[in-house]
Ligand binder design. Structure first.
Ligand SMILES: Cc1cc2nc3c(=O)[nH]c(=O)nc-3n(C[C@H](O)[C@H](O)[C@H](O)COP(=O)(O)O)c2cc1C
Length: 408
C-alpha cells in the first residue's frame, strides 16, 4: 500500500453472510489505519457470522444495517452521497444475484442501486456455487455494467473443498480500492517492464509434455503490481489458469523455445526484466509427430537436451535492462541463489524454497530472501504473492534509483 494513498478517502465496505465475513474485519482495520473514512453496511445474515460490535469498535461509529432505523436522512442515499468507492467483501451469491437483477430488499442491496462511484465485488463462496451457471451469468452481467469483480483466490475452503472461491487477501482488496480511487502510484511511469511467468511445456508427442507445477501466480502478481505503479508491462506467460492482469500486455507461449523467442523479440526495448517463469531446463531431443504407442514396449528412453537460457540471454543484451531472477530451490537455498546470481549476471535474485508445502510453486503465499549483486540480503516473512510482488518492486525501484545516481 502506498503511504497516505487512502488517507481521508471515503469508503463504504459492504459485508454479507459468508464464512469469510470475519476477514472483512482485517480489511476495515487496515483501511482505518491507512487514514480512510470507512462506513460499514452489514446484511442481517452477515451478523450471523460476525458481531456488529466488532466493526463498530474498528470504525469508532455505528454500522449501517437497518433500512427502517429511525433517522433524519435516508441512509441508502446518504451512503451513496458519502462514498468515493464501495467494496462488498465478501460478496455472497445472494447479493451478487440481487445486484445483477436490481433487487433492493435490504439496506445494502438498496444502496448498491444508488451508488454512482466505482463498486468492487469480492465474491467468496464454495467452488461449485461459484461455478454455477446463475452465479457466473450474474457476475458477467455486473462486469459488463462496469462493476469491478475481483478474482476469488484458490485454496482450501471452509467447507473442506479445495478450489477457487476464497476471499482474496487484504492487500489485494486494498489494491483494488486504490485502483478504483485512481490512487495507484506512478513510480514506474515511463519504464518498460518485461515479466515471464508460469511453467513451460516441452512436448514428447502431440498429447504429452514435460512440465512442472508452477501456477504462474508470482509472475502475474509482479506484472499486476508493476502496471499498477505505472510501468508499461508485457507478460510472457506459459500455460496457466489465470486471467490477464489489468493493463498488462499478455503474450501466451507453450515451450521454453517459444518463451525465449517472445523475450528475444523485445531485446533493446526493456528497462526491467523479471524472470519469474519456471522454465524447463530440458526438452526431449525429438518430439514425435504422432502419439507414442505403448504396445510392445516395457520401457521408453528419453533423450533430453538443454533449453535456451532465457535470463542469461537477457543479461547479455545491450542496452542491458535491470535483470531480476528467481531461484526456486529445494536445498542450500541461499548458496544456490548466490551462485545463480553470479553465473547469470543478474542484478537481483529472489530465493524461495519450493520443497515447502506452505509457500512456493502453487500456493497463494511466498517467503523470499532477496540478494542483490553486492551480496546484500533482505529476508521477508511469509507474505501473500501480491505483497511479495510489492517488496520485489520496491527493491527494484531502489536499484534503479541507485543506477541513475551512478549514471548507469
Ligand atoms: C455456515 C454457512 C456459510 C455460508 N457461507 C457462504 C459463503 O461463503 N458464500 C455465500 O455466497 N453464501 C454462503 N452461505 C449462504 C448465505 O449465508 C445465504 O445465501 C444468505 O442468504 C446470504 O445472505 P446475504 O447475502 O443477505 O448476506 C453460507 C451459509 C451458511 C449457513
Amino acid at each position: 500500500m502506498d503511504d497516505g494513498a487512502l488517507n481521508g478517502r471515503r469508503i463504504v465496505v459492504g459485508v454479507t453472510g459468508g464464512i469469510a465475513a470475519y476477514k472483512a474485519c482485517d480489511l476495515v482495520s487496515t483501511l482505518v489505519k491507512a487514514g480512510a473514512q470507512v462506513r460499514v453496511v452489514m446484511t442481517r445474515n452477515a451478523e450471523r457470522f460476525v458481531g456488529r460490535l466488532t466493526f463498530e469498535a474498528l470504525i469508532g461509529g455505528p454500522v449501517s444495517h437497518d433500512m427502517w432505523a429511525e433517522r433524519a436522512d435516508m441512509e441508502h442515499i446518504s451512503l451513496a452521497d458519502f462514498a468515493e468507492a464501495v467494496i462488498v467483501a465478501p460478496a455472497t451469491a445472494n447479493i451478487i444475484g440481487k445486484y445483477a437483477h436490481g433487487i433492493a430488499d435490504d439496506l445494502l442491496s438498496t444502496a448498491l442501486l444508488v451508488f454512482t462511484c466505482p463498486v468492487i465485488m469480492a465474491p467468496a463462496m464454495n467452488t461449485r456455487m461459484l461455478g454455477s451457471a446463475p452465479v457466473q451469468a450474474n457476475l458477467r452481467l455486473l462486469s459488463e455494467r462496469g462493476v469491478r469483480i475481483l478474482e476469488p483466490a484458490e485454496g482450501r475452503l471452509a467447507c473442506g473443498d479445495e478450489g477457487v472461491g476464497r476471499l482474496p487477501d487484504t492487500a489485494t482488496l486494498v489494491e483494488a480500492l486504490e485502483d478504483a480511487l485512481g490512487v495507484a502510484s506512478d513510480s514506474l511511469a515511463g519504464l518498460r517492464v518485461l515479466v515471464t511467468a508460469g511453467p513451460t511445456r516441452e512436448p514428447l508427442d502431440p498429447v504429452r509434455f514435460l512440465s512442472n507445477p508452477s501456477s504462474g501466480k508470482m509472475g502475474y502478481a509482479l506484472a499486476a503490481e508493476a502496471a499498477r505503479r505505472g510501468g508499461a508491462v508485457t507478460l510472457v506467460s506459459g500455460p496457466v489458469a489465470l486471467s490477464d492482469p489489468r493493463g498488462v500486455e499478455v503474450v501466451r507461449v507453450g515451450s521454453a523455445e517459444e518463451m525465449h523467442e517472445a523475450v528475444q523479440a523485445r531485446a533493446g526495448t526493456v528497462d526491467v526484466f523479471i524472470g519469474a517463469a519456471a522454465v524447463a531446463d530440458w526438452r526431449p531431443v525429438e518430439a514425435s509427430d504422432h502419439k507414442l504407442k505403448k504396445t510392445g514396449r516395457e520401457e521408453l528412453t528419453l533423450r533430453l537436451q538443454r533449453t535456451p537460457d532465457i535470463i542469461a540471454g537477457v543479461a547479455a543484451w545491450e542496452p542491458r535492462p535491470l535483470v531480476v531472477g528467481f531461484a526456486a530451490e529445494t536445498e542450500e537455498l541461499l548458496a544456490h541463489a548466490e551462485e545463480k546470481l553470479r553465473a547469470k549476471g543478474l542484478d537481483l535474485i529472489a530465493a524461495n524454497d519450493v520443497s515447502r508445502l506452505d509457500v512456493g510453486f502453487t500456493t497463494d503465499a511466498n517467503e523470499i530472501t532477496l540478494i542483490d549483486a553486492t551480496g546484500t540480503r533482505s529476508e521477508f516473512p511469509i507474505m501473500s504473492k501480491a505483497e511479495v510482488a510489492g517488496a520485489i518492486l520496491d527493491r527494484i525501484e531502489e536499484l534503479l534509483a541507485r543506477g541513475r545516481e551512478s549514471g548507469r
